[in-house]
Each structure stands twice: as C-alpha cells, then as structure tokens.
Design a protein around this ligand. Sequence first.
Ligand SMILES: C[S@@+](CC[C@H](N)C(=O)[O-])C[C@H]1O[C@@H](n2cnc3c(N)ncnc32)[C@H](O)[C@@H]1O
Length: 211
Amino acid sequence: MSENAHANWAYADAFIAEDDTLIAARATAKELGCVPIFPGGGTVLSVLAAAVDARHVCEIGSGAGISAVYLLRGMNPEGTLTSIDTRAENQHAALATVNEYGIPAERLRMITGAALEVLPRLADEAYDLVFVDAVKSEYPDYVAHAIRLLRPGGLIVCDNMLWHSRVADPTQRDPDTTGIRETLKILRTDERLVSTLLPAADGLSVSVKRR
Ligand SMILES: C[S@@+](CC[C@H](N)C(=O)[O-])C[C@H]1O[C@@H](n2cnc3c(N)ncnc32)[C@H](O)[C@@H]1O
C-alpha cells in the first residue's frame, strides 16, 4: 500500500467537484443526522446508472437526496428512481434537493416505510440497478431482495462496505460491521452474481446479476 494512500483517496474523491446545491444538501443531511454518500462514490453511481442506461432504479435509504441526484444524473432521462426511507422528513429534503435541478417530480417515486416491509411489494426483475444505503445490519436481507428485483445484467451497489475502517478490523464485532461482512461474503460467493469491492468513498461494492 502506498504511503500516499490517503492523499490519493482524497484526490480521487475530489475528482469532480460538487456544486453549491449538493454542498447545501450535505448540510441538510447533517442536520437530519444522516451521512450521505461521498462525492467519489456519488460519481460511481452516475457512471454505473449511465452504463446500464438505467430506466428503473431502487434506492434503499433516501437521506437528503445526494445519492438520488447522482443516480438521476446517470440514468436514462425518462428513468424513474424509487426511493425508500422510514423518515418522511428525510424524503421531503431529498425531493427538495432533486427539485433544485429541475428534474420532473414524476421521475422520483418516494415510498415511506421500512425497507424490509416495502421491498417485498416491489416487482420481480423490474429494476436495472438497486442502491443499498440504509440499516447496515439489514444489508444481507436487502441484497436478497435486490437479486429478485433486478433484471439479468442489472447491478447491486452497496455503500459503506468498509464501514469507517471497521470491516477490515477483526476486533470489531458490532451488528452493523458483522452485517456488512456477511453481505460481502454473500456478494463474493453467490453464483448468480459477479462482484467487486471498490475502495472508493467508504467502500462501494458493485455486483452484476448474471444473464
Ligand atoms: C445513510 S442515510 C442515506 C443517505 C443517502 N443514500 C445519500 O447518500 O444521500 C440512511 C437513510 O436510511 C434511512 N433508514 C433508516 N432505517 C431504515 C429502514 N429500516 N428502511 C429504510 N430506510 C431506513 C434513514 O432514515 C436515512 O435517511
């Protein structure tokens, strides 16, 4: 590992600077007590959504809408983002963030509720990309739903897969950290998926559902 790893990481994270709207949305997220995806992770979302020309994306964890903006930027201009969150207050903030970009309201479908109650109601093989960013200990269950929701060739992207350096530290055994380790094992071993773990941001896993 390079001695400059941290400097390289910071350089890559700042590769595409955020505008004032996203900077303001980050301040709102902080007030709401939720931690948005890092800028470098956000650009990965845009690239992946563009790569599959995503028309139907499911996001688990709306927050204040930072990841929604990155996803919508990369998606097909007619694509729809379904975003799930337990907190209506967060979803109002997310809608306000997206509205700032003049994105038509019908492109963002907000569903308020617990992900594990909402996901079973979503259609099989109807999504091009599922982005996972809510309760870390529930990630294994989110991934099980994501595999069902994705069309063949679709993508699962999970944030915080290094969980603030805890995942790589075997002495950390809290439920969130062990939930992420369990998720990584599923992503690595499930034969329906081809997966990688990017050290971007706080760790982003990317998996393709085989055709
Ligand atoms: C890390 S934040 C999401 C940040 C957002 N993806 C972004 O990058 O801008 C996690 C969100 O998950 C929501 N959340 C917590 N428990 C949840 C659950 N059981 N189901 C769905 N969302 C939940 C929180 O209210 C919070 O808004």
